[in-house]
Design a protein. Structure first.
Length: 129
């Protein structure tokens, strides 16, 4: 089965990029479900049922490399509860199947087209202290 949107038991609404709720198609997740890794941003393309489990088919945000190999300036604020990161404005063309349990949260995504970057903010993290 394939769905355009999903309301989770936690009351979160996830949508595909093809719906009018496009903002709900942006999320962050732990690759391969490994919570030891830093989350990555992506966009839901499809919502499917596979082996009785709901899964998201994602296009991952491409990484953005800063000039001179500088660190992402937003990393300075992660330990204060403001988890944001810079990514490339483009998404990967590869599709990736992501289990719902790997998802951390929705993200807010601001495209800065003139710079070719997007800023992704993890919406699950607490307020800045």
């Amino acid at each position: 089965h394939c769905y355009r949107q999903l309301l989770t038991s936690h009351g979160r609404l996830y949508c595909t990029s093809a719906t009018t709720g496009k903002g709900n198609s942006y999320l962050c997740f732990h690759p391969e479900g490994n919570k030891e890794t830093e989350w990555v941003a992506g966009q839901i393309q499809h919502i499917i049922k596979q082996n009785h489990a709901t899964k998201f088919v994602i296009r991952r945000s491409l990484p953005h490399v800063l000039n001179g190999g500088k660190a992402d300036p937003f990393k300075l604020f992660w330990d204060r509860g403001f988890e944001a990161k810079m990514v490339d404005i483009e998404f990967s063309t590869a599709l990736e199947v992501v289990d719902c349990t790997w998802v951390v949260a929705h993200i807010a995504r601001w495209n800065l087209e003139a710079c070719g970057v997007a800023i992704c903010l993890n919406l699950e993290v607490g307020a800045i202290s």
